[in-house]
Design a protein around this ligand. Structure first.
Ligand code: C6P
Length: 412
């Protein structure tokens, strides 16, 4: 099927599989453009959760009974699916976490405490989400390491000309976002990881905004760690992933202690399991992992190239048309971008604008998008943001443009 307006493949037929989309909000049909915050869930994922709770629910790795075996098999099958999805070398390189935030905190604590010392440098970029900034600030405070930042060009891409100056031998870790959730910039992940490797630094990729939208191949990227959240790619909230290269995970001590991560416990001390169990203390989010497995099946059936083409086409269309509206300014690079657009109106506060849109059934996000330092640097109090996913349509972008034009007239 193709979109008659743009002649590109349409994913519109998948829309009917998302029950939540078929409702009115404030008397108007829902237009859900807050997908960078969290995506909606297809029937296949909802069914997988219901099936698990109706048939297989039991704790994993510990019961000697059939339900526990079934739950364990489903949980470990989900891990293998994630490994395939990321092209990891083995399922043991996949650690389940609550999300991107917890995955990065795991690295900052477990790897950071063991490897960082005074004089070391943690290199980040100026476009990091707070989840890839605050844990490193805390790690720096604990270990005496220092933070350094790759600056941006005026167009909102990383200023790569600064890498020679910044990537000195003191840099022990480079952590960066694959796609900025504020600017939409897609960063050159494999280039950055190769540059980090060349100075002996460990690399961490925040794939929160890329994992559900494009091919993310950890071996092609060449990263040491990579984090993402299931809920931004059709899976439930509360489940996420830390990929860790086997050779590094094996040398990384555990972060949280508790049941399931131990080999043997005495009153004074304990020994720990191999990765990934060593990093999964306590009962994991079993249903969430199974839901993530179902989400991966769903996305793979559509195809990530088609998904990326679709989301990017909507974002480029929205970027051009919002930028052409009187009173509005769009933010971030003009060319290649992730499936989102941030924008501001010259005289209307983003919160008022976003609330106006909500009154018309259009769900945007308004705020600082957990990018306070960059917002402050660029002089924005906050922005409105439209972010797209597979079930969004050109007709919905048309509707957003109408609403934004109305808002301009209304507030003027
Ligand atoms: N960004 C947004 O509306 P969690 O909350 O752990 O699932 O993901 C955190 C996170 C980390 N990195 C990036 C690049 C992100 O975009 C996010 C989440 C949401 O943009 C909520 S602020």
């Amino acid at each position: 099927m193709s979109d008659p307006k743009s002649h590109r493949p349409s994913l519109e037929s998948y829309r009917s599989e998302f029950p939540i989309l078929h409702q009115t909000v404030n008397g108007a049909p829902l237009v859900y453009f807050d997908n960078a915050a969290t995506t909606q869930k297809p029937r296949a994922v909802i069914d997988a959760l219901v099936h698990y709770y109706e048939h297989d629910n039991a704790n994993v790795h510990r019961g000697i009974h059939l339900l526990s075996n079934r739950a364990t098999d489903a949980f470990e099958a989900a891990r293998a699916k994630v490994a395939g999805y990321l092209n990891a070398a083995a399922p043991s390189e996949i650690v389940f976490t609550r999300g991107t935030t917890e995955a990065i905190n795991l690295v900052a604590n477990a790897w950071g405490n063991a490897n960082l010392k005074p004089g070391d440098v943690i290199l980040l970029t100026e476009m990091e989400h707070h989840s890839n900034l605050v844990p490193w600030q805390q790690a720096a405070q604990r270990t005496g390491a220092q933070l350094r930042f790759i600056p941006l060009t005026d167009s909102g891409t990383l200023d790569l000309s600064q890498l020679d100056r910044l990537l000195t031998p003191e840099v022990k870790l480079l952590s960066f976002t694959h796609i900025s959730n504020f600017l939409g910039t897609i960063n050159p992940a494999s280039l950055l990881c190769a540059r980090a490797r060349a100075v002996g630094a460990t690399s961490v990729v925040d794939a929160a905004q890329s994992a559900g939208h494009m091919q993310v191949d950890v071996q092609a990227i060449g990263c040491d760690f990579l984090a993402f959240s299931g809920h931004k790619m059709c899976a439930p909230t509360g489940i996420g992933v830390l990929y860790g290269r086997a050779s590094i995970l094996e040398q990384t001590p555990p972060w949280q202690g508790g049941g399931e991560m131990i080999l043997s416990v005495r009153y004074e001390s304990s020994t720990y399991k191999q990765a990934p169990s060593r990093f999964e203390a306590g009962t994991p989010n079993i249903a969430g992992a199974i839901g993530l497995g179902a989400a991966i099946d769903y996305i793979e059936a559509i195809g990530r190239d088609a998904l990326q083409e679709h989301d990017q086409a909507l974002a480029l269309d929205a970027y051009a048309r919002i930028g052409a509206l009187p009173g509005y300014r769009v933010v971030g690079p003009t060319g290649d971008r992730g499936g989102l657009v941030s924008f501001v109106h010259e005289s209307v506060h983003p919160h008022d604008l976003t609330s106006y849109c909500d009154q018309k059934g259009l769900a945007l996000r308004g705020g600082h998008h957990c990018n306070q330092p960059l917002m402050r640097k660029l002089g924005f109090p906050s922005t409105s943001r439209a972010s797209f996913y597979l079930y969004n349509t050109t007709a919905e972008v048309d509707r957003m443009i109408e609403i934004l034009a109305e808002a301009h007239r209304f507030f003027s």
